[in-house]
Write a new protein. Structure first.
Length: 338
């Protein structure tokens, strides 16, 4: 079965063709980062307009790469939510229009479920049950995934998402949006322990996170620094930030694994590209005999392939999908999508 996946929930227009047996047949992506960088973050109206401009050429590109015609597609998967309403409307209207024109089923995919299934695109597939750690610009969640489509939230952030904390730390260090990769690069050059930041909720008896206090601690450290532009200071502060985030996330994830007794961990979302977090989780999981699955680096951030891969997990839903009308869900949790 060939599924056309379309993602347009935020600042990436992603289109991909996924074969349920052969894997990815083609993928095309346009990132709006350069456009939004000028404003220090995503401007929703500009995002929608850019998705409109990009989506048809990207579709043409992906069909050409896969060397198949639109008629060969068996189903269409589009991100239905959560995300920016105007941006979601672009991908869903195009997806449902193609479905209507070709008389093919269309399924609305929950964006975080897409991230979750991005690890399928790495080749080795995790067996159920597993713990899912979802870390992105808008989410920080630990989910118990007992079976396909069965999600139970075990813990989440009480304030900022971890990706948001990376972006704000980068901004405070003079780096442009989105700053996760820059903070990670600085941290590699920094000295562990040269600066120490708090570990929020590390010892709390739950699986929740809080990153806004950490962000304030970063700001205060910069305010009190004799020379905040000193490269050594920037590297050491980035190191302190990354070490704090990694320690808290690793400890809570291990707690969730021990609590459930599950032997597999799936990590997904933009921050799953982070080198230090990958290393910390891999080390901790090896120690307790847990197998950890990450998406391929290029598919950690938003893309169309993960949306098609998630839909492949819902073939029954796909076959029964209605053709008349469609919706978007700008606020839609993974648990509510079951
Ligand atoms: O999943 P994603 O593409 O979009 C959302 O659904 O939010 O995640 C984007 C987030 C941004 O906050 C970005 O700074 C972060 O992922 N990110 C990283 C890295 N690459 C992307 N954070 C830390 N280290 C990275 N290497
Ligand atoms: Zn995302």
């Amino acid at each position: 079965m060939i599924i056309l996946g379309i993602e347009s929930s935020c600042d990436e227009t992603g289109v991909a063709l996924y074969h349920t047996e052969k894997g990815l047949l083609g993928a095309a992506l346009h990132s709006q980062i350069d456009m939004h960088r000028l404003y220090g973050g995503v401007v929703p109206e500009l995002a929608s307009r850019d998705h409109i401009r990009r989506i048809i050429p990207l579709l043409d590109q992906v069909f050409e790469e896969a060397k198949i015609s639109k008629k060969d597609v068996d189903a269409i998967a589009v991100t239905e939510g959560p995300g920016l309403a105007g941006a979601l409307l672009v991908g869903t209207s195009v997806g449902y229009a193609i479905g209507l024109a070709l008389n093919k089923p269309v399924i609305g995919v929950q964006h975080m479920e897409g991230h979750l299934y991005s690890c399928l695109l790495a080749g080795e597939k995790p067996d159920f049950p597993f713990i899912a750690l979802l870390v992105s610009g808008g989410h920080t969640q630990i989910m118990k995934v007992a079976a396909p489509g069965q999600y139970e939230l075990l813990g989440e952030t009480l304030d900022d998402a971890v990706g948001e904390a990376f972006d704000k730390t980068a901004q405070a260090l003079g780096e442009s949006y989105p700053g996760g990769p820059a903070v990670s690069r600085f941290a590699e050059q920094g000295t562990p322990g040269a600066i120490v930041l708090p570990r929020p909720l590390l010892h709390a008896d739950n699986l929740d996170f809080s990153f806004s206090g950490l962000k304030t601690a970063v700001m205060n450290t910069i305010r009190l620094a004799p020379d905040p532009t000193d490269p050594k200071f920037k590297n050491d502060l980035a190191r302190a930030f990354v070490d704090s985030v990694t320690e808290v996330i690793v400890k809570k994830t291990v707690k969730a694994l021990k609590k459930t007794g599950y032997k597999s961990l799936v990590v997904a979302g933009g921050v799953s590209a982070n080198k230090q977090l990958r290393e910390g989780l891999t080390r901790a999981c090896t120690k307790i005999g847990v197998k950890v699955f990450f998406p391929p680096l290029a598919l950690c951030t938003d893309n169309g392939a993960m949306i098609a891969a998630a839909a492949a997990n819902h073939l029954d839903k796909l076959k029964a999908s209605p053709q008349n009308g469609f919706s978007i869900k700008p606020r839609w949790s993974l648990e509510d999508s079951q």
